[in-house]
Write a protein that binds this ligand. Sequence first.
Ligand SMILES: Cc1cc2nc3c(=O)[nH]c(=O)nc-3n(C[C@H](O)[C@H](O)[C@H](O)COP(=O)(O)OP(=O)(O)OC[C@H]3O[C@@H](n4cnc5c(N)ncnc54)[C@H](O)[C@@H]3O)c2cc1C
Length: 458
Amino acid sequence: MLDPKIVAELESVVGEQFVLTTPEDLIAYSYDATFTSAKPDLIVLPANTQQVSEVLKVANREIIPVVTRGMGSGLAAGSIPFGGGIVLALTRMDRLLEIDRDNMMATAEAGIIASELADAVAREGYLYPPDPTSDSYSTLGGNIACNAGGARCLKYGITGHYVMALEVVLADGRIMRLGGKATKNVTGYDLVHLIVGSEGTLAVVTEATVRFIAAPETERMAQAFFPKLVDAGRAINAVLASGANPSMIEIMDETAIRSVEEFLHMGLPLDIEAILLIQTDGDEADATRGIEIAAEICRQNGATEVQVAATPQERKDMWLARGSISGSLGRIRPNKLGEDVTVPHSAIPEMIARIKDISAKHDLPIVIFGHAGDGNLHPNILFDKRDPEESHRVEAAVGDLFRASVEMGGSLSGEHGVGVLKKPYLELALGPIAVEMQKRIKQAWDPNNILNPGKIFD
Ligand SMILES: Cc1cc2nc3c(=O)[nH]c(=O)nc-3n(C[C@H](O)[C@H](O)[C@H](O)COP(=O)(O)OP(=O)(O)OC[C@H]3O[C@@H](n4cnc5c(N)ncnc54)[C@H](O)[C@@H]3O)c2cc1C
């Protein structure tokens, strides 16, 4: 419980109705999209950067933890207030401030829903490429804090590649602007991209300027059915090495296919081990040629059927299966641990085989799906957290997963971040010297350790 005088001070900053303290509110803000939870002391909903600054001044003076929160869709327990304190929810700061057509950049407050920003850019005839599957229920600030990726990142890169400038509030409440609209800028350290991916541990992002690009004229999509999962893995590498130039290659394994089919009854075949979903884009000729090349390569690598979408609606239907996997898995087991390990894409067939071995070794269903084209697999371990013995096996399986990806030259996380769940494995991935340097950066930015304490490292 916070001292009532401090609560009153925070209320005087943001207004009484924007400091939430009821038991219901505390529970509502105690979760993200993982299976963990912890209640804050209170929730503060600022309306602008100045209010964020005033809240942080109070928190820094009183050494109160501040957990910045977007939509709470994170998959690393990054926005859960394990040490109590203030949840600083930025959802009221959701204004689109500018679309600058001349420079092809948009500026928005950090709490804007990511897909609303992308839609606004699309209405102008342009493309904001970062497309996390969660873009309609995650914020721009959350995407920046986690350096979110998505299916299209294979061709167009991740959120950080599009962030040009930031307004941030430091732990002591000072407001700082970083970067700008000049495309080239090597004046000093690249602090913009230090903040990108910092998971709310270095500063609170309050505003961002992102660049957008010319929209491709058209898109083509195909789905290929593989009786053998390893053949799908090989096909991914062959498509990437061809001239198909795909904008996405997504994979679904047999458990994912079955789970979606039992949920949506789309007529997906249940006697195959994998579906690859491939998209190309560009002008009509390039996109069509690309999808034909990819389809032929899939056939040569063991696909028994390749369907090419003839209409935008058929494309949407194909994506519906991939986009519905996460939600459908709750039908199999009550809990899931969704990891996002990456490997170099040449190692995908081997990584898939290793995940299958880990699943058998620990006797746990592990569903494989994700952005396979950029080597970012989402092995989802399905379990029941009420069973301590099963939860113990999950922990052991996670360790094996991380060791496998690091051994293959990959990483713990392609897009979800470290948060709390991957913290024990940070040194395995980075080595002790890099971890020490990261801790020194944290110390410099947040000497009182009030910003999301205990996330990324202790
Ligand atoms: C079904 C599902 C599918 C998903 N698919 C993808 C995907 O395809 N790609 C992907 O990358 N992720 C995906 N995610 C994960 C998640 O949506 C992303 O990590 C997203 O970027 C989190 O945004 P958020 O606004 O919900 O942030 P939150 O969950 O609220 O916070 C996440 C982290 O960011 C910090 N943070 C939030 N806002 C700010 C801010 N303004 N300033 C500083 N720090 C801040 C928090 O402190 C926390 O550490 C998925 C999640 C779900 C549930």
